[in-house]
Design a protein around this ligand. Structure first.
Ligand code: DQA
Length: 180
């Protein structure tokens, strides 16, 4: 474990980038900074109590603060959402409308089976990146399944909190490339 409470090499750090997924059209909805919605799903409010070798020691509040700092360094505006209730997560996706230009999402274990979240993400029709703190590709086989992956232009897993910094940088690139 590093001094910043991030999963280290022992946790099997790996980044999985998929570049060839279909791109969601990018539409600037307002003047000013791009707006990124950062969504955390079930059990992620328990960070700080979960296995530190897998998830680090930051609480969700601390993680969100870190994400916000990285985002403002990239001139990105962030909003944050967490729920342990699948319906609330789905309704947040429904309501994003013009409130965000792109999404970073870590749905926790819903990633692996929650088809309703996949459908809601498709309805949101925003560029999205899937992030996992732990290396889901090298844990239990059921964690290798992601029902949202094909709707996300990249997946980043196993980098701990740094994965969100990478996701923000990739989103900035993607939005600048596609936006006018
Ligand atoms: C997680 C990985 C999921 O498999 C797990 O159920 C989580 C967290 C991650 O960030 O590593 O709750 O999404």
């Amino acid at each position: 474990m590093s001094s910043q409470g991030k999963p280290g090499k022992d946790a099997g750090s790996v980044a999985c980038y998929a570049r060839e997924r279909p791109r969601t059209p990018i539409r600037r909805r307002h003047a000013g900074s791009w707006r990124i919605e950062v969504m955390h799903g079930v059990n992620l409010d328990q960070l700080g109590r979960r296995d530190p070798l897998l998830y680090g020691t930051l609480t969700l509040v601390q993680l969100e603060r870190e994400i916000e700092e990285h985002a403002s360094a990239l001139d990105l505006a962030t909003s944050f959402f967490h729920s342990n209730h699948e319906g609330a997560f789905v309704e947040r996706l429904h309501g994003l409308g013009d409130a965000a230009d792109a999404i970073i999402l870590n749905p926790g274990s819903w990633t692996h089976y929650a088809w309703a979240i996949r459908d809601a993400l498709e309805i949101a029709a925003l560029p999205a990146i899937e992030v996992h703190l732990s290396d889901v590709e090298h844990r239990e086989p059921w964690r290798r399944v992601s029902v949202i992956r094909d709707l996300c232009f990249a997946t980043i897993s196993g980098l701990g909190p740094d994965g969100y910094r990478d996701a923000l940088a990739r989103l900035r690139e993607e939005l600048d490339r596609g936006g006018s």
